[in-house]
Write a protein that binds this ligand. Sequence first.
Ligand code: DC
Length: 218
Amino acid sequence: MIRRVVAIDGAAGSGKSTLARGLALELGVPYINTGLMYRGLTAAALQHGVDPEDEGALVGLLDGMSFTLSRTNPPELEIEGYASAALTTRDVELTVSTVARHPGVRERLRILQRSLGEDGAVMEGRDIATVVFPDASIKLFLVADEGERSARRARERLGYDPTDIAEALRLRDARDARTNPLKAAPGATVIDTGALDIEASLAEALRIVRLAWDEDES
Ligand code: DC
């Protein structure tokens, strides 16, 4: 339980990345966005013509991929050969839920996630507090209504049609829900990032973490 892991889960566009990176910077631990791992594998599958339904081929692809932490502040996940722009393309968005559905893929990525986070991290995803680090000392579950999440994605993805973004988000939510019924882990604190702005969400999250970590030390 003493492990310095902050687990952050929530739906697409719930504000996980901004909050997680900000927290990691404040706490001096790596920021690990596990969605990028699923996206990286999806980009690799698209590039190599691997069928996103073919679990064995996907696991084979994963074996040849390299996931490391950058030397930036905070350290962040890097996927050799894949710049971040390649991970947010429309094709990746449309295919990633299919790739993420395979138990074999999830099992491999889970092992990598645990090893990347074992010395402490802020880790974000869909199943971090429920499956990857169920013993994380801090569990945050972010929520925001659908309109807010679409608007946030539209601000992040300038140049895309907002109606397209809203539709893609709805589709991905529905597909993702089959893999990870999004629900807060026992003991998780729910933060509504639609009601609080980013500074207020970060301040609230920091307050929760410092309180818990100070208690551990005393
Ligand atoms: O967080 P994101 O939207 O970048 O994640 C991309 C996809 O990866 C998402 O549609 C579902 C999948 N994912 C997952 O299944 N489990 C995680 N821990 C993180 C992401």
